[in-house]
Ligand binder design. Sequence first.
Ligand SMILES: Cc1cc2nc3c(=O)[nH]c(=O)nc-3n(C[C@H](O)[C@H](O)[C@H](O)COP(=O)(O)OP(=O)(O)OC[C@H]3O[C@@H](n4cnc5c(N)ncnc54)[C@H](O)[C@@H]3O)c2cc1C
Length: 305
Amino acid sequence: MHINDILQNQRVTTSFEFSPPKTPEAAEVLFNNIRELEELHPSFVSVTYGAGGSTRQHTHDLVVRMKEEATLDPFPHLTCVSHTEEEIESILFRYAENGISNIHALAGDPPRSRPNYDRSQDHFRYATDLVRYIKRFNERGIHPDKRGFGIGVAGYPEGHYATPNRLKEIEYLKAKVDAGADYIVTQLFFDNHDFYDFRERCELAGIGVPIIAGIMPVTSRKGLERMAELALGSRYPAKLLRAIERCDEDDTYVRHVGVQWATEQCRDLLDNHVRGLHFYTLNRATATREIYTHLGVKDSRRLSA
Ligand SMILES: Cc1cc2nc3c(=O)[nH]c(=O)nc-3n(C[C@H](O)[C@H](O)[C@H](O)COP(=O)(O)OP(=O)(O)OC[C@H]3O[C@@H](n4cnc5c(N)ncnc54)[C@H](O)[C@@H]3O)c2cc1C
């Protein structure tokens, strides 16, 4: 369903993010987790695109399988890095043919294996360029929905690591929205004040599209380190770090602390009229399900009531 229809029908959207599995065994484990999360009836699910286009085929295959074998509405991510215009066009053609309604458009980061990667080779530099291109593709009337793809972009409540100038950063975000983005999904954050301040700064800048909050519970000490690597620039509040430090060695306790923290974040965001909650699942159902249980809901649709 086009994101604008979802947003019109639901006061609060819920979504789960997955990454394409690397092996057939991992694909089966992932699908078991997807089945568990399907019971929560999310508004949509999203599928990441590996750095430098490394999961191009796998992202496509997972998106198509989710659409065929589950009652889920998958939104693929698509990034600029390492792609020519022709490649992006052919990816869009395939998604249009498969009836995929929305695309999450990102700049992407160069693959870690190629630290000196030269971005001047890429046809699209910034996510804004990709949004503009998808908008032009939409106008060609290829997509079965005459509006074409709904388009999402990324936002960073605590700022993107590559742009220390926070005023410029909001200008760039506004440019992405003005180019045609329908909604923003944020990077993970642990202090809701950062989200509220970001939302207000967007409002001041005249960014009017819905902003969906990215939530990722800490589930282990190693996981925390990995998150810090993946979401560069994210802040880890001292209160959260102290709570983790107090835990016994067993990561089960870290997980309780992380899930409780994320639950409180969600509860507060819901009380403060968040437009959507986006859960970074790391392909596992348990933590998200636990957050739902602590919120007292079995079904996402209850959050929209
Ligand atoms: C919700 C979410 C999902 C993500 N999914 C993926 C994924 O599937 N695959 C993946 O590889 N990565 C993913 N990422 C990471 C993302 O690709 C990186 O953080 C990347 O560095 C920035 O992407 P962007 O789309 O925000 O880029 P842009 O909006 O293009 O911004 C990139 C940087 O350039 C700056 N900038 C923007 N426009 C201009 C301009 N005109 N002039 C100068 N500077 C400018 C921005 O401030 C920012 O610092 C995701 C991030 C989020 C928040």
